[in-house]
Ligand binder design. Structure first.
Ligand code: MN
Ligand code: MN
Length: 469
């Protein structure tokens, strides 16, 4: 030590965060950019969990994947998937070593915050026909007024038929909208807190603003505007107001992913949380189909509302598949689980220089500094978190370093600023080592979220390295 200069010693001992721009070269830039273009196609086509499932099943089929049902015989090399109630997807491949070393599990979610229609949504007031909504997930309500909205979802009909609905995405489609108050009349509203100025019951979406006509004149019936809307729905989909009771329809921001900024490094879109991790884990999974490891790729539903229900990660499906597959292959499911390892792939809050007060910079993820690893999440005194053991954290860190992945750590803002969780704790409870990792996002949960293409590509590389190890 005595002969070492302070400068060299500092070089040796200090931790320095690598930025992607320091380590990415020109060809990486091109790779990250072209990868992001494919991702943009995915996110544009997959605004709801059902759409993500349909799109991904098509992709999996192209790779020779076949549907799996519990109890089915499985063999080494099998490429299988389960679609759970059209809203959750679990794909897996049996590696050359079978399941004796457990599964490598990648788990992301494919639901995003949005405005669901209520079961009796349609009403008319002041010559305008509206839809009542009930927001899904954590939204800041003011962000949804005066935003262009598209209608997505399904209506189930008697006898099991299903009608798919997407309006507001194609060129020439109408969009839908929630109005906001003009500033001239907002004196009283301006005195309210941000949280109180917009209410859930105020998020009513304009569907139609002209009456049904008969013989060239406005029809002389009550609720003629509502009748006009319902007649349009009947014409398009053959559905009545009563059918809306048995529907899952929602409003999401209309429009496509788009580059942000002159350098085009940021990508703006609705639903990066968590499509950005879902897509990067999927491409990593598809890159590692013929390896030694058995790998599982999970697209979960209901993360934004607590992972409850049969399609959320608190449901049993992942465990039932591991247990059944293990038994079929002659392995002890309990042992298989104990040897399995999981990356809980979900987005991190990126440090936002516009709101420095809620972040502690040294422990926040910075945009374009790589995929972000979170040892723990939770709120206040780390409550409600999977706190990844240092041993597994090191194991993953070594995998990422050895594969040349740019990564950083992330904590969700300042200690007492708020908090949040992921599906990690619903997986680790089964004796499966689990670590949170994902892409940093600016304006998380807003109708238009931002990510860095560098970080997106780092996530893909991280997940791919994990599948191999
Ligand atoms: Mn998420
Ligand atoms: Mn979220």
């Amino acid at each position: 030590m005595e002969n070492t200069s302070a400068k060299d010693l500092a070089e040796k001992l200090f931790y320095k965060k690598k930025t992607a721009s320091e380590v990415f070269d020109e060809s990486d830039l091109e790779t990250a950019d072209s990868y992001a273009k494919d991702y943009a196609m995915f996110i544009d086509s997959c605004k709801t969990e059902r759409e993500a499932v349909d799109y991904t099943v098509d992709m999996l089929s192209a790779y020779g994947f076949k549907p799996y049902h519990l109890g089915m015989e499985v063999y080494q090399g099998d490429r299988l998937y389960v679609v759970n109630r059209n809203k959750m997807l679990i794909a897996f491949v049996i590696g050359n070593r079978g399941v004796e070393d457990g599964f490598r599990i990648l788990a992301a979610h494919i639901d995003s915050p949005r405005l669901d229609l209520k079961q009796h949504p349609v009403y008319e007031d002041g010559g305008i026909c509206y839809a009542k909504t009930h927001y899904y997930g954590g939204i800041r309500k003011y962000q949804w007024a005066t935003t262009r909205l598209a209608l997505h979802g399904v209506v189930t009909l008697k006898g099991g038929r299903r009608v798919n609905v997407v309006v507001g995405e194609d060129e020439g489609d109408p969009v839908f909208c929630i109005t906001d108050l003009l500033p001239h009349l907002a004196k009283e509203q301006n005195q309210k807190t941000l949280g109180a100025a917009f209410t859930g019951e105020g998020l009513n979406v304009i569907l139609c603003a002209s009456p049904y006509t008969e013989d060239g004149k406005a029809a002389e019936v009550d609720n003629a505007v509502k009748l006009n809307l319902l007649s349009e729905l009947y014409k398009r989909y053959g559905i009545t107001e009563g059918d809306l009771v048995n529907a899952e329809l929602c409003f999401v921001p209309s429009g496509r992913a788009v580059d942000v900024g002159f350098d085009r490094v940021l990508l703006g879109a609705y639903g990066h949380d968590d499509h950005v991790c879902a897509y990067s884990e999927l491409t990593a999974f598809l890159e590692n189909l013929d390896g030694d490891n058995s790998v599982m790729c999970i697209f979960a539903d209901k993360e934004e509302t607590g992972s409850d229900g049969p399609t959320g990660m608190q449901g049993r499906l992942m465990i039932d598949i591991i247990d059944e597959v293990s038994r079929t292959l002659g392995s002890d499911p309990i042992k298989v689980r104990s040897l399995s390892k999981c990356l809980s792939a979900d987005v991190a809050a990126a440090y936002d220089p516009n709101y420095p007060d809620v972040f502690e910079k040294a422990n926040s993820a910075l945009v374009s500094c790589g995929v972000a690893v979170a040892k723990y999440t939770g709120a206040a005194g780390k409550s409600s978190t999977n706190d990844c053991p240092a041993e597994f954290m090191r194991e993953v860190a070594d995998i990422l370093d050895d594969a040349g992945v740019i990564w950083q750590t992330a904590e969700l803002g300042k200690v007492d600023a708020g908090g949040g969780g992921t599906v990690a704790k619903y997986i680790s409870r089964y004796n499966i080592d689990t670590l949170d990792i994902g892409v940093p996002v600016l304006s998380m949960h807003a109708p238009f979220e931002l990510i860095s293409k560098y970080d997106l590509y780092s996530a893909h590389k991280a997940f791919s390295a994990f599948c191999k190890n």
